[in-house]
Design a protein around this ligand. Structure first.
Ligand code: DAH
Length: 369
């Protein structure tokens, strides 16, 4: 009878929860005690202490669990399972309580923290547009307002567009005016070798081919020359090309447009003048100067005492160039110009050395913020 009772004990406790063995009772008591203590913990620090008290290496629960190994073999599965459940339960309770206490602490910290809304914000360091591209945007805006579209072309150009279409045939001495970098690759027979474009003028022909006439465009872009560098020459610089093609186009339009562009850009009353000049792609060709901004025409070091600043090349587009672009010279005429954007930026900001512009020295660029 006694024996049977002992054997059936697990069945009773497991399913009816009537009588519990002393081991089971101790285990459950520890569980109840641990859960109650955890519940009362008022800070993460005390909670930590409680955790050590129960689950630490010498903790109450740990101690008890270790003792289970001495139980009779047949009781082990039941107590093993029970003790695992208790352990998991206590551990979960610790984790939940810790989360709860930390949330409380955070809320308290935030509500107690004084937040001064009048403190000036920290200035964030952001970059800014390079002086060359700042002036490019200004120039684009001004021309755009006068009805010009902005166009783009390839920096790696063919000999055909860079020279031939612009009335500079092979072996013509004018090619020497713009010695450049050639690539090893060749385009086809017609287009010749690839070159780094020496000017933005080839886009004139590309635009005529694509859009025909009439046309009113500017082409800002980077150009390259095989050049010994000094304070006013660099092998890489930026230009702005202009092209206006229509039925009644004259150089007086060019004069008006350039005076307007420069006056707006410099926010002053800028005068322009023409001088004769030679460029193979225009006839007649000319040079345009504008009145010196520093001395207002009196004469100073900047304008070499002439009162004028040399600014750009221009002229009436040569018949051969119109033809190369597929435009009929009997029906249309136009003018073109090309100026150095880099030089313009240097004049506007009084930059003494062109090499500073692409030096990458932030002490230089930061001055134009
Ligand atoms: N392409 C010339 C250069 O780079 C500048 C130029 C001169 C452009 C006269 C023109 C022009 O369109 O008509 O030196």
């Amino acid at each position: 009878m006694k024996k049977t009772h002992k054997k059936s004990k697990f069945v009773e406790t497991k399913y009816l929860n009537l009588k519990q063995s002393p081991v089971e009772q101790t285990l459950k008591n520890i569980e109840i005690e641990a859960l109650a203590t955890i519940k009362k913990a008022s800070s993460p620090e005390t909670l930590k202490e409680i955790e050590v008290e129960y689950l630490g290496r010498k903790g109450k629960l740990t101690h008890l669990l270790r003792g289970l190994k001495d139980l009779p073999k047949e009781q082990k599965p039941f107590f093993g399972k029970l003790s695992n459940e208790i352990k998991t339960n206590v551990e979960r309770s610790f984790a939940n309580k810790l989360q709860e206490l930390e949330n409380q602490k955070l809320k308290k910290d935030l509500s107690q923290e004084f937040f001064d809304t009048t403190i000036p914000a920290k200035k964030r360091k952001v970059g800014h547009i390079h002086p060359i591209y700042k002036i490019q945007e200004e120039v684009e805006q001004i021309f755009n307002n006068m009805g010009f579209s902005i166009m783009d072309g390839p920096e790696v150009e063919s000999e055909y567009y860079n020279f031939e279409t612009l009335n500079i045939p092979k072996n013509h001495p004018a090619r020497d005016m713009q010695d450049t970098f050639f690539l090893q690759d060749k385009d086809d027979e017609k287009h010749g070798r690839f070159v780094l474009r020496t000017h933005t003028s080839p886009v004139q022909v590309r635009a005529m081919e694509k859009y025909g006439a009439p046309l009113r465009i500017i082409i800002p872009g980077r150009v390259f020359r095989y050049e010994a560098t000094d304070a006013s020459h660099d092998s890489t610089f930026d230009q702005v090309e202009g092209l206006l093609i229509g039925k009644d186009v004259s150089l007086s339009h060019l004069k008006g447009i350039m005076a307007e562009m420069l006056s707006t850009l410099f926010n002053a009353d800028v005068k322009v003048r023409f001088r004769p000049g030679y460029f193979p792609f225009v006839e007649p060709g000319l040079e345009l100067d504008f009145s010196c901004l520093l001395c207002e025409g009196i004469g100073c070091k900047a304008c070499k005492n002439t009162g004028w600043m040399e600014f750009m090349g221009a002229g009436m587009v040569h018949k051969n160039v119109l033809k190369a672009g597929g435009v009929d010279p009997e029906e249309y005429q136009g003018w073109a110009f090309g100026f150095g954007l880099t030089r313009l930026a240097m004049m506007k900001h009084l930059i003494p050395d062109i090499r500073l512009i692409s030096s990458g020295d932030i002490r230089f660029t930061r001055q134009f913020n």
